[in-house]
Write a protein that binds this ligand. Sequence first.
Ligand SMILES: [Fe+2]
Ligand SMILES: [Fe+2]
Length: 288
Amino acid sequence: MRIAHLSDLHFSKLTFGLGQFFSKRWLGNLNLLLTRKKEFATERLFLLPQMVKELGVTHLVVTGDLSTTSFDAELAQASELIKLFQELGIETFVIPGNHDHYTASSSKKKSFYNFFEPTFSAESIHSLREDRISVKKLGSGWWIVGLDTASAMPLISSQGIFSEELEQKLIEAISALPKSDRVILANHFPFFEQDPPRKRLIRAQALKKLIQATPQIKIYLHGHTHRHCIADLRPSGLPLVLDSGSTAKREGGTWNLIDLTPTACSIQPFRWQEELWRPLPNPTLFTW
Ligand SMILES: [Fe+2]
Ligand SMILES: [Fe+2]
């Protein structure tokens, strides 16, 4: 299996409607005018479907923040991109980030799921939309579990929440899998707490403990920080932690190409350099 991991695409569309002033969207639009429009370059993402197809990618994982203010027009642009991967026969797994449930109204209506599949698999007893969790077998003893830990938050907060209810569902979902199989857990937020509290996952410690107690979880994929990172936390009883970084970031956007076999995983990061997506030297190989 060959997986492309992208995150934090931040498609944006300015709105001038008065309606924005009745929600948090006015703040997102102000940010967009002042900084974000310059910070992200989404047009170069459209080079990726054909490129990853030629690289033999079989699966795509996008760990949230596909939009900026969860505005329908932004989610529609992001879904056009994801459809291009699907049309090339790549299986896609998309979970939301805090920007995709940005306003109270879009969070309540779960607008994100009008554009992206609410579940990874029709056979799954859980759905991201209703249960905030979805599970699918990838093949060769690997499973993917996706979480939706995003919710509309007060004005300057970009927190997420790993609720007790979701914790229980995650425990149940993983215990139902064959014990010898391995799990990739995908969530928008990191479970470590390096960022200021207003940007963190609430109950991140509970998620970390659960991961530590679940050796089947071999890889944790996340975004949110906009910083590319490959961390082997196995000496601390934790999995490989991979942050693709923000793929759309104008200066040095990144993503990871992940090769999986039953016993090994190699990671090749790509970075936008000199007008092209270029592989960084020295891919990393991990074995189990
Ligand atoms: Fe983001
Ligand atoms: Fe985020």
